[in-house]
Each structure stands twice: as structure tokens, then as C-alpha cells.
Design a protein around this ligand. Structure first.
Ligand SMILES: *Cc1c(COP(=O)(O)O)cnc(C)c1O
Length: 426
């Protein structure tokens, strides 16, 4: 980068030529703040707010008829939103449904696809995965009568930050029935090579599913082409669906028709659901893996939120996200080198997710100092700072400003005014 690459004017130039810049004004961004926590909870957009109002109105004016009438008939909302999400995960429309939450969807997919038989009885995961996924896997093992000590294999990370695909492949032994991995690791932001891992798993007759919580809405996927067996995700991070927004799942076409492990009447064939028979006729698409009545009010914001992704396109979003994180790291290296930060996310573009991950012994209180200055980071115990510049609403100037504030906090040791302890939600 040239001499001017570290000036605010340069940041503004980058913003001027940013084709996605126009979306920022569609979001509610608190004045004088830089929000860098969109990978924990994405911001509210005006479109999402409007679609919530529209669903509230349909309830107000249509009451029970809202299930089948109005602009967004509730009975088909999970399917229609699923179609929009399909392009974000690179799947066919029938392979995706909007339903439940990440953890519940994982339970459903394990109950459906974890079928220990003969020698193949174990689940393979990794030691860096998100706790909720681990809890779900352990409890599904217990349901099948297996203990976590001898049936749950977790691939080790050499450095506590990254996983090596070769280590994962080496762990695909003949006693493994099924593999669950994250697409993007929630701390370091490492992107795993999902295509290669799927090929290797299938070579060994093992099913493989991915948790897309940190990749959906941030980077493109090609699940159908990669032949991934199943996947699941939440909608409140990069997808900006709001707190507790309904998640989603994908089941490869090849597996459609597999009896749902956790059955409920909303998994029924739509034309047969109201036969009220005690013999379930499951839907022929991914809708079969729904359980009970869809959480319409938690899906409502997705109508507006997803329309922005459909319009902007996931490829331009990924490309801007990478430019933002590259710029961020360049400024960090240039401005913050005396202060002991270590960049822990992968540097290579192909392995980098949507956030920058810094480590520092004083991370907890540096985060508190940042917040007091209007910068919203995400603290990850014990010493991590996650900073997610989001393509639809963050600017290059946001990043420039963040690094300047961080520099001031370190130079003036402002973090010392705070306790080095995390809050209840961190
Ligand atoms: C955010 C996240 C979850 C959260 O699960 P919920 O059921 O939505 O609460 C699970 N797994 C991963 C990897 C996550 O990043």
C-alpha cells in the first residue's frame, strides 16, 4: 500500500467507490457508534422492521385467515423464505427450509441421520466447536445409548485456533458414522474446505453436515455441488434477522424422503397435514424436518432482511467483506504494532471468514474501553476480541476510526479504568 493508505481520506475514497455503500442508510445505526458485532447480532434494517409490521398487520386484519391469505400467507412462509435462503447456501429450493433454531435443527438432523450400525457408531467433531453443538451431539449419543467418552471423537487443534483438514481426514476412521463441523470457526474465523472434507467423508462412507452460523450471509456456499449431506444455521448473525430469529436447515436432495428423527405435524406434506390422520405423510422436500407450528413472528423480519441479500448478491458481499478485513489488518499492523495485539484469524483470503480476531491479555477491559468510546466489539473469553465489519452496513471509515480509537486507548492506557472481566453476555 502507498503512503496515503493509512489516512482517513483514503478510507473515504474506498467508501466512495463502494457499490454496496447504499445499503448502510437502510439500517438503524446508533449515532456516533461503530457496530462491529454483526456476527453475534446483526442490525435492524428498515426493510426488516417493515416486514414485521406487515405480519403484525396480517394478524390484526386477517386473524385465522392469515395462514392462507394476505401478502405472506403464514402457512407457506417457511418454504418461501427457504427458497430465498437456498441461493445463499448454494442449494436447490426444495433442499432448504426456514425452521427452529441452530441447536434444534442440529438435534433434528442428528436424530434423522445419526444411525449407528455395525462398526460405524461414532460421531466426529472438533475441539473448537461452539458449546451448543457439542451439547447436542453428546445428548444425541446418549439417546442412542452411547457415552461421550468412547463414541465422541473431537479432532484436536495444534494451536488452539485452527484446525488442519489433514487432521480431520486422518480422524475419519471406519468406526465413524457421521461428522459435524463448522463452516467457519466462531473464534478464529477459519473457513474449512467443505468440498474437500465432503469428498473425503463420502470416500469412507461417512455422512457429513456443517454448521453455517458464521458463514451464511457472509460468504457463498455450494452445498449441492459439494454434495454436503446436511447443514443448519441461525439467522440473527450475518443475516440480520433479529434476536432469536428462526434458523434454517438444508438436506441434500439424495436424502429427501428420509423419515424425520423428530416428527411433528408441520413436517407433513402440505396437502395432507389437515387430514388430521395419526399416520404422518411427510413433505417431500426439506419441509419434512420442521416439527411444530412455525415461529411466524420470528420469521417476519427475515422477509425484509433476506430481500437485501437477494438484491445485493452474496458474491459482492463476500468481496467487500474481504476488502474490509484486509484493510482492517493493514491498519492494525501499521498503527498498533507496539501494543501487543496478535492477529489470530487466518490471513489467506480462502481461509478467512467475516471477522478479524485479535488476542491481547487485557482483551476484556480493552473491549469495555472500546464500548465506552462508541465502538462495539465482541469479547470472547479469555483474551479474544472479535471485530466483524459487515459488508451491508460498515464502512472503511468505520474501520479507520476504530483503529484510531484503539490506538488512543492503548497509548493512554484507558483500559486500566475498567475491570478485566467479562459481562454475563459476552
Ligand atoms: C451462534 C451459534 C450457535 C447458536 O445456536 P442457537 O441454537 O441459535 O442458540 C450454535 N452454533 C454456532 C457455531 C454458532 O455460531
Amino acid at each position: 500500500m502507498g503512503e496515503n493508505a493509512h489516512t482517513v481520506e483514503y478510507a473515504r475514497e474506498l467508501d466512495q467507490s463502494d457499490e454496496l455503500g447504499k445499503y448502510r442508510q437502510e439500517f438503524y445505526i446508533k449515532e456516533d457508534t461503530v457496530y462491529l458485532d454483526g456476527n453475534s447480532l446483526g442490525l435492524l434494517s428498515k426493510r426488516a422492521e417493515a416486514s414485521v409490521k406487515a405480519i403484525m398487520d396480517s394478524w390484526k386484519t386477517l386473524a385465522i385467515d392469515g395462514w392462507t391469505e394476505g401478502e405472506h400467507p403464514w402457512f407457506y412462509l417457511a418454504e418461501s423464505l427457504g427458497k430465498q435462503m437456498a441461493s445463499l447456501v448454494g442449494a436447490e429450493e426444495e433442499e432448504v427450509i426456514v425452521s427452529s433454531s441452530t441447536t434444534t435443527n442440529l438435534h433434528q438432523l442428528l436424530a434423522t441421520f445419526y444411525q449407528p450400525a455395525d462398526k460405524k457408531t461414532k460421531i466426529l467433531a472438533d475441539e473448537l466447536n461452539f458449546p451448543s453443538d457439542i451439547y447436542a451431539m453428546k445428548s444425541q449419543l446418549a439417546v442412542k445409548g452411547f457415552g461421550p467418552d468412547d463414541h465422541f471423537v473431537r479432532v484436536k487443534s495444534e494451536d488452539g485456533h485452527f484446525l488442519k483438514e489433514e487432521d480431520i481426514i486422518a480422524a475419519m476412521t471406519e468406526d465413524i458414522a457421521l461428522i459435524i463441523l463448522p463452516s467457519v470457526l466462531y473464534r478464529s474465523g477459519q473457513v474449512l474446505d467443505m468440498e474437500m472434507l465432503t469428498i473425503e467423508a463420502h470416500r469412507r462412507n461417512i455422512l457429513i453436515g456443517f454448521d453455517l452460523c458464521h458463514s451464511i450471509g457472509s460468504l457463498p456456499h455450494d452445498l449441492s455441488k459439494w454434495d454436503v449431506d446436511f447443514a443448519f444455521w441461525c439467522s440473527y448473525k450475518h443475516l440480520n434477522g433479529g434476536p432469536g430469529a428462526t434458523g434454517g436447515l438444508y438436506v441434500n436432495k439424495r436424502h429427501l424422503g428420509t423419515t424425520p428423527g423428530l416428527a411433528g405435524w408441520f413436517g407433513s406434506h402440505k396437502g395432507r397435514q389437515f387430514d388430521m390422520s395419526h399416520e404422518m405423510v411427510p413433505a417431500e422436500n426439506a419441509g419434512a424436518y420442521q416439527i411444530g407450528t412455525p415461529h411466524i413472528l420470528s420469521m417476519a423480519p427475515l422477509i425484509g432482511a433476506l430481500s437485501m441479500f437477494t438484491e445485493a448478491g452474496i458474491d459482492p458481499i463476500r468481496s467487500k467483506s474481504l476488502r474490509l478485513t484486509t484493510y482492517f489488518m493493514d491498519l492494525i499492523n501499521h498503527e498498533l504494532h507496539p501494543f501487543g495485539f496478535v492477529i489470530r484469524n487466518p490471513l489467506a483470503v480462502s481461509q478467512r471468514g467475516g471477522h478479524v480476531f485479535l488476542e491481547h491479555p487485557e482483551a476484556a477491559r480493552i473491549c469495555k474501553a472500546l464500548k465506552s468510546e462508541g465502538i462495539i466489539p465482541d469479547f470472547r473469553s479469555p483474551n479474544g476480541i472479535r471485530l466483524a465489519p459487515v459488508a451491508l452496513y460498515n464502512t472503511f471509515e468505520d474501520i479507520w476510526h476504530t483503529v484510531q480509537i484503539l490506538k488512543k486507548i492503548m497509548e493512554e492506557k484507558k483500559y486500566k479504568q475498567f475491570e478485566n472481566k467479562r459481562g454475563v453476555v459476552a
